[in-house]
Design a protein around this ligand. Structure first.
Ligand code: 8X3
Length: 255
């Protein structure tokens, strides 16, 4: 059976946070990386710093995903083709209760976390199968495994992404494709909570106030790099990571 000798990865959500940190991690581990995000300026900086190949695309748009597939096929053809797809693109909008749900936020979260992941996978699974082996890594969240008040919309999307990841693992094992889920709890990044709270920096800062060492994007990227770097027969199929201060979604220690 083929071993993972080529290291050609696509990383979505690469413009900031865990996505950008994952690109940095993989590049320093010797991977060839196509870094995908909507924001070209940020990608250009990341590419300059890391030597990753930037590709501007919105993974919720079919035309963009088709362009990405064509580009990745050409780019990686000389080095053995795409073997690893890392879906980091996603996010949260709002902390509304179900009673007060903002429907456009819920739709956005479903589109980016679930449908975006599905579209990227649909585009690349034929290439991974043809390759003889492959790795898919989906970044979900502890919110995809448990619920909390105000988290209904985000959890609904992340539970959905978690579910598609589980189905995919069953479907693709016979094609020698391993499917890894990484589900982080509290991670302090520049944008995640800020975006979720509509750009309110003060409110975003409060979320992490007094929490000793929330996870960083680099912490998560290190775990992602480890999981995809293992020999191909080892599938860390579900990895949940949290800061020690967050023993559960409902138990966060603030000092
Ligand atoms: C982020 C984790 O706790 O904000 O994916 O839902 S949480």
């Amino acid at each position: 059976m083929a071993e993972n000798t080529s290291k050609n990865a696509i990383v979505t959500g690469a413009s900031s946070g865990i996505g950008a940190a994952t690109v940095r991690q993989l590049r320093s581990d010797g991977w060839n990386v196509i870094a995908v995000a909507r924001r070209e300026d940020r990608l250009a900086h990341l590419a300059q710093d890391t030597g990753a190949t930037p590709f501007a695309a919105d993974i919720t748009k079919d035309d963009d995903v088709a362009r990405l597939r064509a580009f990745a096929t050409d780019t990686f053809a000389p080095s053995g083709g795409v073997d690893t797809v890392i879906n980091i693109a996603g996010g949260a909008r709002g902390v509304d209760t179900v009673a007060n749900a903002q429907e456009e936020d819920w739709e956005w979260m479903y589109r980016v976390n679930v449908l975006g992941t599905m579209k990227v996978l649909k585009a690349f699974l034929p290439a991974l199968r043809e390759h003889g082996y492959g790795t898919v890594l989906n970044l979900t969240s502890t919110a995809g495994h448990t619920t909390y008040e105000g988290g209904g919309g985000y959890s609904a999307a992340k539970f959905g992404q978690h579910a598609l990841t589980g189905a995919l693992r069953l479907e693709e094992a016979e094609n020698n494709i391993r499917v890894i889920e990484v589900a982080p709890g509290m991670v302090a990044t520049e944008e995640f909570t800020l975006n979720r709270l509509g750009g309110n920096q003060e409110a975003a800062d409060k979320v992490y106030q007094g929490v000793e060492k929330p996870l960083t994007a680099e912490d998560v990227a290190g775990v992602v790099g480890y999981a995809v770097g293992l020999p191909h027969h080892i599938n860390l199929d579900q990895i949940v990571l949290r800061p020690v201060a967050q023993a559960a979604a409902h138990k966060l220690i603030r000092r």
